[in-house]
Ligand binder design. Structure first.
Ligand SMILES: [Zn+2]
Length: 388
């Protein structure tokens, strides 16, 4: 990756990866499923597959988010609690703010980690707003569950809500596309009554997974009615079902909305081998979805989000980075990292998966469910945007 002063590309075609070993080395605890180290694994794969040596690519470390930026979305009293928690000072009121729970433990260095991981997303948003890049990827960001006054779902700081607020204050029209397996409830709540942000989330139905919400019927309120788009899918849905729903709904809406910048959470927990999600995507569906998002985005801010099969997450993010940079990874080096097999042997030969197609009754149920969701949105939401 090139240093900043060596970059030849201009802002129209520059692709920026925001990363630091220090932030990626943070550990929420041995038993905690959220591993920032996935980003480090991705960096190793990018090097192995020669996906970081183009002149228009650069890697920069995240700058910590400032208090002023945090307050664009978060309550100052919550930020104070998070800072106190980060210095190891536990008080009982932290629990009611979601701090010190099993999902959101308090560990040494927590606040610094949160501020760096989130800071990268805001930094990326500002670079895009200033035309300094075409794509920015912060694999350490994407905390779509955090609320203004609380942590939840492994998310302490809602970097996405802050970044989108920052962009709209700069006069940008923002579309948010969340393909993480979990519904992006924190971001939805932030913009549900606004029509300058189009908020799209495709996710496993809240009937079977946290945060137990994200139903199709909720389409925003007040001026924002029609600008919240939820596409829940039944657990078990595969590439075909996911792509059917995504392609039917997302491209027409984004093309009609005409965003200046797309902000996306590309969580890899939709993968069939994920430890928390119950969808059945492979790299085939994931790649195609990333290609569509990339095509729809004049400028693109992508964040890592979830992904609890560590090797698969690193591999899918690697593919995503390759796609947004217009590169084609060649699977010549297998998964050999430092002379050791990297990940389960079955996965180590390639970044990509074999096709996996659900069949029988489950496939019928998943398909019918997705068809119902698509029909509902076409009937109730498309007309608000002048679409049929
Ligand atoms: Zn997730």
């Amino acid at each position: 990756m090139h240093e900043k002063n060596e970059i030849n590309g201009n802002g129209e075609n520059r692709n920026i990866l925001i990363y630091s070993d220090k932030t990626a080395s943070f550990d929420l605890g041995a038993d905690h499923p959220f591993k920032p180290s996935r980003a480090k694994q991705m960096m190793e794969l990018l090097a192995r597959y020669s996906l970081m040596y183009e002149k228009n690519q650069m890697v920069i470390p995240p700058e910590p988010i400032t208090d002023e930026q945090l307050y664009l979305f978060h309550d100052p009293s919550y930020i104070e609690l998070l800072k106190k928690a980060g210095s190891g000072d536990f008080t009982i009121d932290m629990l009611s703010a979601g701090l010190g729970t099993e999902d959101n433990p308090i560990v040494p260095g927590l606040a610094d980690y949160c501020f760096s991981a989130a800071g990268g997303t805001i930094q990326g948003a500002i670079m895009l707003a200033n035309n300094e890049a075409r794509v920015v990827f912060n694999p350490l960001g994407g905390f779509h569950h955090a609320g203004p006054d609380h942590a939840e779902g492994f998310c302490y700081i809602n970097d996405l809500a802050v970044a989108i607020e920052e962009l709209t204050r700069r006069g940008k029209r923002v579309a948010y596309i969340d393909i993480d397996v979990h519904f992006g409830n924190g971001v939805r709540d932030a913009f549900a009554s606004r029509n300058d942000v189009l908020c799209v989330s495709i996710h496993e139905s809240g009937m079977s997974i946290y945060p137990w919400s994200g139903c199709v019927e909720y389409i925003g309120e007040g001026a924002g009615r029609g600008y919240t788009v939820n596409i829940p899918l039944m657990q078990g849905s595969d590439d075909g079902v996911f792509l059917y729903a995504f392609e039917a709904i997302v491209p027409p809406l984004i093309e009609q909305f005409k965003p200046d910048i797309v902000v996306s959470v590309i969580g890899a927990d939709t993968h069939k081998d994920d430890l928390l999600g119950h969808l059945n995507l492979t790299s085939i569906g994931y790649e195609r979805t990333i290609r569509i998002i990339n095509r729809l985005s004049p400028r693109l801010l992508i964040t890592g989000g979830g992904g609890y099969n560590l090797y698969k997450t690193a591999a899918l993010w690697t593919l995503a980075w390759a796609i947004v940079c217009g590169l084609e990874p060649e699977d010549a080096y297998a998964g050999l990292i430092g002379g050791m097999m990297y990940g389960p042997e079955a996965h180590s030969g390639t970044l990509r998966d074999q096709p996996f197609i659900v069949s029988g009754h489950l496939k019928e149920q998943c398909t019918e469910y997705a068809q119902d969701m698509v029909a509902y949105l076409k009937r109730n939401l498309f007309p608000i945007h002048g679409l049929t």
